[in-house]
Write a protein that binds this ligand. Structure first.
Ligand SMILES: [Mg+2]
Length: 229
């Protein structure tokens, strides 16, 4: 795939889309089915965490031992995907302002686009499919690859280099939480944080993001940043 030397790795929730009722419900239903646990899990801060990380945290809070968690951990995630795909029609995701225009423009410019998301891979693509964004992203690092977000960044960069002939060093991670920023910093990548999730511009500035934007509405500004390295 021909590209312009820039690699932009996007987070999904809070960055490209918001609202993920069905995804939340997939957690609730799978935990109920495999662990018989029906606690209200809405109080947990999910932002920037990977699906397996959230799942483990909920179960640990529920008092499950490591052995009990491990026994059904894989089946539980498999069921989450099954539940999500079956109920995708109920998903309420909406594209965040400016994202459709930005992605089209980046694609036109031949920027190489990838994902870094804590979502399990089939959930990520189904969710993006709801807003017509799935085809923009041929590869990525997903919650299915690791519970550790920095490993997802590593995976996405690895795939860019090994499967998409990416040889440049203008690599940006675009996300809405300090966790996105910190995962990218492990590999000294540039970061653009957007305050369209649950963190404010100020909070994102304080976490050390290279660039902080209120949203992705101003595509010229984003493109200027991507070309600034
Ligand atoms: Mg996010």
């Amino acid at each position: 795939m021909e590209h312009n030397g820039i690699l932009a790795l996007f987070d999904i929730d809070g960055t490209l889309v918001n609202g993920a009722r069905c995804h939340y419900q997939a957690f609730v239903e799978s935990i109920k089915k495999f662990y018989g646990f029906e606690e209200d899990i809405s109080g947990i801060n999910y932002a920037g965490k990977t699906d397996p990380q959230i799942l483990r945290e909920v179960l640990e809070l529920g008092g499950f031992t490591e052995e009990e968690i491990e026994a059904s951990f894989k089946s539980c995630q498999k069921y989450m995907v099954h539940y999500y795909l079956k109920n995708i029609y109920k998903e309420n995701v909406m594209a965040l302002g400016g994202t459709a225009e930005l992605l089209s423009e980046l694609q036109k410019d031949k920027t190489l686009l990838g994902l870094v998301t804590g979502n399990l891979k089939p959930i990520a693509y189904a969710k993006l499919g709801k807003v017509g964004f799935d085809d923009f992203f041929p590869f990525g690092g997903f919650g299915s690859d690791s519970a550790d977000r920095s490993q997802l960044v590593k995976k996405a960069v690895y795939l860019a280099k090994n499967e998409y002939n990416y040889e440049g060093d203008s690599i940006f991670v675009i996300g809405d939480t300090p966790r996105d920023v910190h995962a990218a910093q492990v590999y000294k990548l540039k970061t653009i944080a957007v305050a369209t999730g649950s963190y404010s511009v100020e909070e994102l500035e304080n976490c050390g993001a290279d660039h902080v934007l209120a949203d992705l509405n101003d595509k010229e500004k984003v493109i200027k940043i991507l070309n600034s390295q």
